[in-house]
Design a protein around this ligand. Sequence first.
Ligand code: FEO
Length: 410
Amino acid sequence: MKPDTLAPGIHRVYARIGDRDLFEGIWPIPHGVLLNSYVVQGTEKTAFIDLVKDWEGAVGAVEQQMAALGLSFKDIDYLVLNHMEPDHTGSLAELCKQNPNIEILCTKKAVPLVEAFYGITEKVRSVASKETVDLGGKTLVFEETPNIHWPETMMTYVPEDGVLFSCDAFGSFGQYEHCFDDELTTAEWELLIPETERYYANIVSSFSQFVLRGIQKLAGLDIRMVAPSHGIVWRKDPARIIELYKTLAEDMNGPAEAEVTFVWSSMYGNTAALVPIIKKTLEDEGLTVRMHEVPKEHASFVLASAWRTSGLVIGMPTYEYRMFPPMYHILDILERSHVNNRKVMRFGSFGWSGGAQKQFDPFVESLKWDCVGVIEYQGAPTEDDKARAIGTAKELARSVKDWSRKKTVE
Ligand code: FEO
């Protein structure tokens, strides 16, 4: 692996992480993920922006690329920690052992986290928005962007080259052979957009109000390159990823796309019996329907779909007087991420007694969902149940089309 040069003296040194582990211990990464760090060399000082964690040889990969630049961690004067999550700080203690003279720059809120995670209290300097550090011909300008992704998060900007080091913000899941947006192949683009959307939904979505505030704060900057710590570097069209993130943040409260996420579970086929009928009705009404059967599919993919669509169909049986447990997990994930204001219908079978709906209703209220109808039935659905399902699906389709965003931004 070779370092990538963003501008004279600014390089990406990075690691490719495969699909073996779950990201954050919860989210699958079937296409892997990149951990990007950056070196900024001035005439007087050198800064290193965001570390990697010791994950699948990441530290060694970064050291090897630094060696190719004629550098080692001993040559670093400033370590900028935009964000304290261990994917960007995991090798901090080891680095400080190698280079005890390094000065850590982070926000005030990050200082206690540096101690809590790594026991480091010396040579840690807190910086605030608009504060600058002169490297000699290159300046680091800091901007606090709390909650993108943790409360202590900031971004770092180099005005001489217009490069914004945004850490988690504007990032993506997935590995890409090419570093820059203007180099990507068609296949890489086909991976990048959905993996950006899934990354956003899984990692950032809960903090969407902060994303919108953060984007507003950046409005005055001449951003010529967006260099996140996951994914690619946006050099040709940095506005595109900022605009996509703005759209994704706005999806939280809707309206989102004129599409439907259809998530369903079935124990013995009686809930499944209505799945093709409802799906066909929605498609006949001209809607794209994103199908997810749980628990066969991970919540990561359901959340990514639900985040982007204005409509939601929940098919779920009652299980021991309550919601089917894998679907409870899905509802919990949707609630944590604030998938608010969706047009929804629910259907499902029960055996000796209902109960799922009673547990479902508080989610509807909490998420401010507009539930257009519920079809519950004992055992197998009757012809009347099927007719009710078709009628409710038509009503859902009408609501989704009336309410959704008119223009797709991608
Ligand atoms: Fe990539 Fe919130 O860490």
